[in-house]
Write a protein that binds this ligand. Structure first.
Ligand SMILES: [Zn+2]
Length: 176
């Protein structure tokens, strides 16, 4: 068998319709899903980022990868299909960014603690209790599979300012 190469997938950015659609539930954890998950992990590490959701690599399915250590600690890697928030409590405000919304960082209010249920790559149900930053990343990635971006949590005024800024950035890039 050929040695496994690193697969870096293209990250789609705001404006791509896949980012605003609700993703499909995964029925079977098959080889294709496992390979996509590995590609997402490599892409997340290369970015670098601490979380990625399948819609960000143009796949409208419910799959997320999270690693607060960005590959430094092997125990930190979480790969979860069909993640679902069972419980949330508290509140935390922290600046957030997103690989699909480049150059934008804004404060977002999230629950401080959450309980998440999902399926791992062995097809087993997993429950995670997370707080603080990990809870935030879970919420951010689960938002992605529900077609929501972090800027959707901001006021309409702030959101429209960001959209204008991104539009200007795009126009500038086109004339480069
Ligand atoms: Zn994101």
């Amino acid at each position: 068998m050929a040695e496994k190469e690193n697969t870096i997938l293209e990250i789609v950015t705001i404006g791509n319709p896949v980012l605003t659609q609700k993703s499909e539930k995964i029925k079977d954890i098959d080889q294709e899903i496992r390979e996509l998950a590995q590609g997402m992990v490599q892409t997340m590490y290369a970015a670098p980022g601490i979380g990625l959701a399948a819609p960000q690599v143009d796949r409208g399915i419910q799959l997320i990868t999270i690693d607060l250590s960005v590959g430094e600690k092997s125990n930190d890697l979480i790969i979860l299909a069909n993640p679902e928030i069972l419980h949330q409590e508290g509140e935390s405000v922290l600046e957030e960014g997103c690989l699909s919304v480049p150059g934008v960082n804004e404060k977002v209010t999230r629950p401080y603690r959450i309980v998440v249920k999902g399926i791992d790559l062995d097809g087993k149900e997993r429950i995670f209790e997370a707080d603080n930053l990990l809870a935030r990343v879970f919420c951010h990635e689960i938002d992605h599979i529900n077609g929501k971006l972090f800027i959707d949590h901001l006021s309409p005024l702030k959101k429209s300012l960001i959209r204008k800024k991104l539009q200007k950035q795009r126009e500038k890039d086109e004339f480069k």
